[in-house]
Design a protein around this ligand. Structure first.
Ligand code: PGA
Length: 251
């Protein structure tokens, strides 16, 4: 596969500090032999700094699960791009379905956060994906096109070198209902075509598009074999070092 391969773990709102450090130590102990694969962990915000310190100089990068788009100010409860950077994070997850559907994050907010990340040298991992109802009504491509186009409004071709997209069908997240490799590949191919229309073939071909939604050690092989799937964003199965390593080390 020509594009870089990224195996990311989203820990959501799980793990105490000690558990987070133990998990990252477990992951570090098992990845000596992963070649060019990239591993990213998204711990809860308070643990971003201690996890980053443990990961410095290793093959594991750290990201934050959410951030605000202003540099600083009276925004109680929010974390700014400057703080994310200062905490040693390389990536930020933007527009995760739980942010969109539990916290009401709009396409406009996703766009502002992506822009703020890029301006501050943080690489946005932009999540898109349709609801079950939208899929059943045949609207999947319309939803993906809207989410991708709005998220990337104003992003330059040069900045696209630092963008990752994660396709996460909402009906597959935390449900145990993984998309088939064919369904996921089709959506990835569509997203790549949307990006091609916006930026041209070179940018589209270089864009890593990850799949997320009930990825487990026993279904990773089929997904990984698909041409358009450049890695995975794993929730539940990234919470134990052994299962995450089984995913990262897929043949
Ligand atoms: P899941 O979560 O692997 O538990 O389905 C994926 C995600 O939310 O990124």
């Amino acid at each position: 596969m020509a594009r870089c391969e990224i195996f990311a773990g989203n820990w959501k709102m799980y793990k105490t500090r000690q558990e987070a450090l133990d998990l990252v130590r477990g992951i570090l102990a098992g990845i000596s032999d992963i070649g060019g694969r990239e591993v990213v962990v998204f711990p809860p915000s308070p643990w971003a700094l201690p996890v980053s310190e443990l990961c410095r100089g290793t093959k594991v990068s750290v990201g934050i699960q959410n951030m605000y788009f202003e540099q600083e100010g009276a925004f109680t409860g929010e974390v700014s791009p400057l703080m994310v950077k200062d905490a040693g994070c390389r990536y930020v997850l933007i527009g995760h379905s739980e942010r969109r559907h539990v916290f009401g994050e709009t396409d406009e907010a996703v766009n502002k956060k992506a822009a703020a990340a890029l301006k501050n040298g943080i690489e946005p991992m932009i999540c898109v994906g349709e609801l079950l109802d939208e899929r059943e009504k045949g609207n999947t491509n319309d939803v993906l096109k809207r989410q991708v186009e709005k998220a990337l409004a104003g992003v330059t071709a040069e900045q696209m070198k630092k963008v990752v997209v994660a396709y996460e069908p909402v009906w597959a997240i935390g449900t145990g209902k993984v998309a088939t490799p064919e369904t996921a590949d089709e959506a990835h191919d569509f997203i790549r075509r949307v990006v091609k229309d916006l930026y041209g073939a070179g940018t589209a071909d270089a864009l890593p598009i990850l799949y997320g939604g009930s990825v487990k050690p026993d279904n990773i092989a089929g997904l990984h074999a698909k041409e358009n799937i450049d890695g995975v964003l794993v929730g539940g199965a990234s919470l134990k070092a052994e299962s995450f390593l089984n995913i990262i080390c897929v043949k």
